[in-house]
Design a protein around this ligand. Structure first.
Ligand code: C2E
Ligand code: CA
Ligand code: CA
Ligand code: CA
Length: 277
């Protein structure tokens, strides 16, 4: 059996080596892509119910590989997280957003939402990174909103909580992203001071076209209001979804029904023209 064991051992070693080599090259690919300016940010408008207008945007990363085409953000972001590159990539993204925000004519308190990965949230580098970002765009006086997932709260060792406390004390806001798709959400909601709940589009899609009830969605909206949190509904694609949500007091809406994510220059023109679809 020895030769077989040796073969398997060698195979495993080779496999691990290949993985290592791939990891190395993916890291290098990301760094090269950052230097070559292959990353872009698209901005998706967020509508406020109280004003009936676009009150902010969510920044969404885009990677267009020359000769390959667009890479799906959930795919390359998951890979960047697995390779310990997400903090570096997010810092790069923040510099791109800074440059874009300064070109817009948005009013004070316009929301600028940024997705923050779990590793970044629980790192001591988050506060200085976000402070530098907020300082760079202070001329526009925006309201910076950090979008974090339930998962990043569950794995917290205390640092995430300290980061959130520090940044909220400086006027930044925090949203729980994809709410309802993670675990143990309820106990963590009591433990962490946050401002918004972003309800995952899966719950919005549960609304029937004839206004059929979506009981889990209803329960989330009730829970949020009891906790004093504003709800942001994601993935609103149709009028009947908007009507349903509006009737239940949802404060903010995001989705193709209002506007798709768009490049900075397009967003600036669209906003200047009155933010009409
Ligand atoms: P997310 O944070 O939940 O972002 C919302 C996603 O829903 C975006 O997908 C957006 O384009 C899409 N969306 C917006 N409206 C609609 C709609 O009406 N219908 C449907 N079906 N989809 C809609 P996108 O841009 O492909 O991003 C996917 C995910 O990748 C994001 O989900 C987020 O988890 C991650 N991501 C994107 N950019 C960043 C980033 O800069 N940093 C981090 N950490 N994650 C990011
Ligand atoms: Ca998000
Ligand atoms: Ca989301
Ligand atoms: Ca999502």
């Amino acid at each position: 059996y020895l030769p077989v064991a040796l073969l398997i051992g060698a195979g495993l070693a080779l496999g691990a080596y290949r993985l290592q080599a791939n990891r190395q090259s993916f890291k290098e690919q990301l760094r090269r892509a950052m230097r070559a300016n292959e990353f872009q940010v698209h901005y998706q408008p967020v509508y406020g119910r109280a004003t009936g207008r676009c009150e902010g945007v969510e920044a969404l990363m885009r990677w267009e590989r020359p000769g390959v085409g667009p890479v799906r953000p959930d795919v390359f972001i998951a890979a960047a997280e697995a390779d310990g590159m997400i903090i570096e990539l997010t810092r790069h993204l923040l510099t791109l957003i800074e440059r874009d925000v300064l070109t817009w004519a948005t009013p004070p308190d316009f929301h600028v939402g940024v997705n923050i990965a779990a590793e970044h949230l629980s790192s001591p580098g988050l506060v200085p990174d976000i402070q530098a970002f907020a300082a760079a765009i202070v001329a526009r006086r925006p309201l910076v909103v950090l979008e974090i997932t339930e998962r990043s709260l569950i794995s917290d060792n205390g640092q995430a909580r300290r980061n959130i406390d520090t940044l909220r004390a400086e006027g930044l806001r925090v949203a729980i992203d994809d709410f309802g798709t993670g675990h143990c959400s309820l106990s963590y909601l009591q433990k962490f001071p946050v401002d918004y709940l972003k309800v995952d589009k899966g719950f919005v899609q549960a609304i029937g076209p004839a206004g059929e009830e979506a009981p889990v969605l209803d329960a989330i909206i009730t829970l949020a209001s009891r906790l004093g949190l504003a709800v942001v509904a994601e993935g609103v694609e149709a009028r009947y979804q908007f009507d349903y949500l509006e009737a239940r007091g949802v404060a903010f809406f995001q989705g193709y029904f209002f506007a798709r994510p768009m490049p900075s220059a397009e967003f600036a023109r669209w906003h200047a023209a009155g933010a009409k679809p």
